[in-house]
Design a protein around this ligand. Structure first.
Ligand code: KIV
Length: 279
């Protein structure tokens, strides 16, 4: 039986940290799930790391459904949360409910959407249908990049107060947790201590109730962005390029394939074949 929203809430109550990582495809999701991570987040960062977009804005519902289905086929243990892409929840609450429902039908246990005060009524409407929602405030990749570019959030008293208010409004609207992205360490600590649901930080310091990172950053597979808050545990990009270069060199030199990599017919069958074709 995989983890539930209740298990995630219980971790905060028990003072235990929550681990989350993004996942978009079957193979990496299986490996992350085996590592007993609490939450697999099918983030719309898929648009950048899987599809090569400059940002998350072009990501569509159909693409998120495809990624969500792949991750859900792989998971055994984790809770799967799927991101609602840009403009899948902003136009109307009924659009938002319908699109959240599509992600749940694809296998997700919960959805995540960006925004504070302005999206709280939409979140309430989704939660009232029975779909668990994770909020996402602080740096909001779908819109903050349009207005301000990449920037640390809540550096001033006033900005911190707005974020704290947003967190409380989202809690009141019924979210089961809130992702805090690139929020000053002090503000994240205050928010985490002021609400009863877990905060999941990315670039927001150690006092969040949990942490999330993009799996490609953890494994060192995506080198277009290297935020200071990432901890890279492997350098797969270099290793993969080296491995594929070696493969190419082996093909070009004839070292690959070798006898152990191919299939043979019985000698008697070969004799009959050669006779038939006159060789
Ligand atoms: O899409 C994503 O990867 C995310 C994380 C940055 C939290 O939303």
């Amino acid at each position: 039986m995989h983890k539930s929203v209740r298990d995630i809430l219980d971790k905060k109550k028990a003072g235990k940290k929550i681990s989350a990582i993004t996942a978009y495809d079957y193979t990496l999701a299986s490996l992350c799930d085996k590592a007993e991570i609490d939450i697999l987040l099918v983030g719309d960062s898929a648009g950048m790391v899987m599809l090569g977009y400059e940002n998350t804005i072009p990501v569509t519902m159909d693409q998120m459904i495809l990624f969500t289905e792949a991750v859900c086929r792989a998971r055994q243990n984790a809770l799967v949360v799927a991101d609602m892409p840009f403009m899948s929840y902003q136009a109307s609450a009924s659009d938002a409910i319908a699109n959240a429902g599509r992600l749940i039908k694809a296998g997700a246990d919960a959805v995540k959407l960006e925004g504070g005060k302005t999206v709280a009524p939409t979140i309430r409407a989704i939660v009232e249908t029975g779909i668990p929602v994770m909020g996402h405030i602080g740096f909001q990749p779908q819109t903050t990049t349009l207005a301000q570019g990449y920037r640390v959030q809540a550096k001033t008293k006033d900005a911190a107060l707005i974020l704290l208010e947003d967190a409380k409004l989202l809690q009141d609207a019924g979210v089961f947790s809130i992702a805090l992205e690139m929020v000053t360490f002090e503000t994240s600590k205050i928010i985490s201590e002021s609400i009863s649901i877990p905060t999941i930080g990315i670039g927001s310091g150690k006092d969040c109730d949990g942490q999330v990172l993009v799996v490609h950053d953890v494994l060192g597979m995506y080198d277009k962005l290297k935020p200071k808050f990432v901890k890279q545990y492997l350098s797969l990009a270099d290793q993969i390029t080296k491995a594929v270069t070696n493969y190419r060199l082996d093909v070009e030199s004839g070292r690959f394939p070798a006898k152990e990599n191919w299939f043979s017919m019985d000698r008697s069958e070969l004799d009959r074949l050669e006779k038939e074709i006159g060789r």
